[in-house]
Design a protein around this ligand. Sequence first.
Ligand code: SF4
Ligand code: SF4
Length: 294
Amino acid sequence: MTQASNEADKAAAWIRESIGRFVASDENRIEPGDADEPAWDEPLVGFSRGDDPLYQHFKDNIGPFFWTPAEIFGVTFPDVKVTPAELTVISWILPQTERTRNDNSREKTLPAERWARSRNFGENFNMRLRDHVAGVLREAGHEAVAPMRSPLWRRENSARYGFASSWSERHAAYAAGLGTFGLCDGLITPRGKAMRCGSIVARIALPATERPYDDHHAYCLFYYNGSCGKCIQRCPADAITREGGHDKEKCEHYVHGAASKSVQARFGFETDACGLCQTGVPCESRIPVPGRSG
Ligand code: SF4
Ligand code: SF4
C-alpha cells in the first residue's frame, strides 16, 4: 500500500466516523426536544471522484444548469485552483427507522405522523449534518461545500425530465455506489428506498467506493424481470405507471397539495411528505430479491 492510499484510507475512516458520530448524537431526533426517538438509523457512507465521468453524463442528460462537482466547488471557492481529480463527493444515506417505515406502510392515502415528522425535523437534521460535515472538513483545511446548502442552488426545469435542480443527492449517492434507481425514481440502497440522502463536495483525496452495478436500474425488480410494480399500487396519486415510470408533476401536485394540507391539519406543522411508494414495497428496507416480491 502506498503512503498516499494509506492517507486516503485514514481520511475516509475519519469522515465516516464524523458522520456516524453526528447521526448517533442527540441532534438526530424525530422532533425537537424528543429525548428518545432518533429520526434516522445508522448511515451508509460512500465516495465518488470529482472527475468521475458520470457527473458530466448527468449534466448532459439533465441539463446545462446541473453542476459537476468542479462547477459547484469553483463558484464557491473562486480563488482556489483545483483540478476535478483533486475533489471527492462524499455521500450518505440516512435510513428511515423501522417504526417510521412500519407506520407509513400501514397508510393507504396519506403519510403517517412519524413519516411526516422525519420528513420535516429529520430533514432539518440532515441539513445540519451537511453543515457539520462541511465544517469538520474546513476546520481540517479542506475546502468543502454542501451543494444543497449553496445560495446558488435552485430548482430548474429539465427539457428531458421536467422538475430538476442544480444538484441531485440521489445521483451523487448512485455515483458513490450507494444504490440504483427504482420505477418510482427513488434510490434503492442496501438499506432500502425509505431514506433521505446528502452530500458534500470537498478538496480531499478519498478512495472512491466501488459501484457494484453497471445499470442505473439494477436493483429494481420491475427493470430486472418485469415483475413487482408494488409502488404503482401504493401511489395514491396514480403517479407511477409501468409505461411511464414516475410522473413528477402528478406526484408533486399530490405531495404539495392534498398530502401537505393533511399534515398541517392533522399534526400542526408544514411539510411536503408522502412516501407511500417507499414503504409497503419489497425495496422498502433492502435490495429486493427476485422471486420474492412481498
Ligand atoms: S416497488 Fe418494485 S417496481 Fe417499485 S421500485 Fe421497488 S422493486 Fe421496483
Ligand atoms: S411520493 Fe406519494 S404521490 Fe409521489 S410517487 Fe410516491 S406515492 Fe405517489
